[in-house]
Design a protein around this ligand. Structure first.
Ligand SMILES: Nc1nc2c(ncn2[C@@H]2O[C@H](COP(=O)(O)OP(=O)(O)OP(=O)(O)O)[C@@H](O)[C@H]2O)c(=O)[nH]1
Ligand SMILES: C[S@@+](CC[C@H](N)C(=O)[O-])C[C@H]1O[C@@H](n2cnc3c(N)ncnc32)[C@H](O)[C@@H]1O
Ligand code: SF4
Ligand code: SF4
Length: 337
């Protein structure tokens, strides 16, 4: 059992755990709410939990200030659906103007992208991940509960035109649903400069039966890619746990997130804060740690930094998904994936 560092010995310049992993990357959820009903995430739609409010702009400002002083360089704004927040643009601007934060990214279902891509870019957003589980509009509807395939695809075009550094497409691999879609995705990225990311379905507290029915190992896709001449890119420390592939005949690239593979968590480089201000050391942590009480005044920042540093000492080497332990994560909309 690893013990947390003593408060007096805090090294404020770096967020590092007992396994030597560094955490330059914060995934900040700003809302649990979502307007889609993805079958693997919120099959019955969003239901509000309790009445404690989501982090306010000033709480977010103090939070980002503390993380950035401790070495955070990249912030991904997520949710629920982050673009549902009325102050989404202000949050982007705030993150972009925080000293030391070099990259501001978001993950979105694309619902508001076509209309807002340029405004988000102008506010300081530089990377965008759009969830598109199928390129077949009917299957897209079946998986997301929303008949908005064309609207989301227009959003991808708008993002490419707006000058984003990176546009990434997320697709969750789903047996019996989109598992035949690989050729279509490959055809699409031949001439499209987007990064495709296939994510293995992960079990969540509310998604046990769905997981059993639809989990598909990413290794099957990996083997097919290697057979087709795709090359595994050299891993960069800032890449995190994804494996990335490229091919000279394709403009797009492919990444695989395979959380059930051995050693997946060795390259973990990210921390999470929920929309209600709880630190999650892992996507599948057993409990969140309240930070909100230390986000009320700037004078609390040293104490907040000390709490973050201390909590890092409790970060475990890996998740326990193989044992079916999904922690407090009832669905990924509750923490932003
Ligand atoms: N188990 C696990 N899954 C992750 C992790 N990071 C991302 N994922 C999965 O991948 C999904 C997509 O993540 P995104 O929000 O698009 O971000 P990303 O692709 O990981 O992040 P970047 O590397 O910043 O592009 C998440 O919602 C999770 O399902 C991680 O650390 N652990
Ligand atoms: C929780 S959503 C939040 C952001 C936004 N609403 C969206 O869908 O892009 C972030 C990512 O989590 C992924 N996701 C949700 N539930 C998942 C699960 N059980 N297993 C794997 N990925 C999941 C989604 O596909 C999406 O790409
Ligand atoms: S994956 Fe994203 S878009 Fe789909 S229900 Fe979950 S939060 Fe909403
Ligand atoms: S499952 Fe947890 S420890 Fe593993 S990479 Fe994801 S967040 Fe990090």
């Amino acid at each position: 059992m690893h013990s947390p560092p003593a408060l007096g010995k805090v090294n404020m310049s770096q967020l590092q755990d007992n396994f030597g992993r560094r955490f330059h990357y914060l995934r900040l959820s700003i809302t649990d709410a979502c307007n889609f009903k993805c079958t693997y995430c919120l099959p019955d739609g969003y239901q509000s939990q309790g009445n404690s409010p989501f982090l306010s702009l000033s709480e977010i400002e103090l939070l980002l200030g503390a993380f950035s002083q401790m070495g955070t360089q990249k912030v991904r704004i997520t949710g629920g659906e982050p673009s549902l927040r009325k102050d989404f643009i202000d949050i982007i601007g705030l993150a972009a103007n925080t000293p030391n934060i070099k990259t501001v990214a978001t993950t979105t279902n694309g619902y508001r992208l076509a209309k807002n891509a340029q405004a988000w870019y102008d506010a300081g957003l530089r990377r965008i991940n759009v969830s598109i589980d199928s390129l077949d509009p009917k299957m897209f509807y079946q998986i997301t509960g929303e008949n908005r395939f064309d609207q989301v695809m227009r959003g991808v075009d708008a993002a490419l035109e707006s000058g984003f550094e990176r546009v990434k497409i997320n697709a969750v691999l789903l047996k019996g649903l989109n598992s035949q879609d690989l050729p279509r995705f490959l055809h699409w990225i031949k001439h499209m400069p987007v990064d495709l990311r296939f994510i293995e379905l992960m079990e969540t507290g509310l998604g046990r039966e769905y997981f059993k029915a639809h989990h598909l190992a990413g290794t099957q896709v990996k083997q097919q890619l290697i057979r087709d001449g795709w090359q595994l890119d050299k891993a960069d420390i800032l890449d995190g746990p994804a494996q990335n592939f490229s091919h000279s005949d394709y403009q797009g690239r492919i990444g695989l997130i395979m959380p059930y593979e051995k050693n997946f968590c060795v390259s973990c480089n990210r921390l999470r804060v929920s929309a209600k201000g709880q630190l999650h050391l892992c996507l599948f942590t057993e409990n969140g740690v309240n930070l909100k009480d230390l986000l009320q005044d700037k004078s609390q920042t040293p104490e907040l930094m000390a709490r973050l540093q201390q909590q890092l000492g409790f970060k475990t080497a890996a998740h326990s998904l193989h044992q079916g332990i999904t922690g407090v994560t009832t669905h990924l909309a509750s923490i932003g994936g």
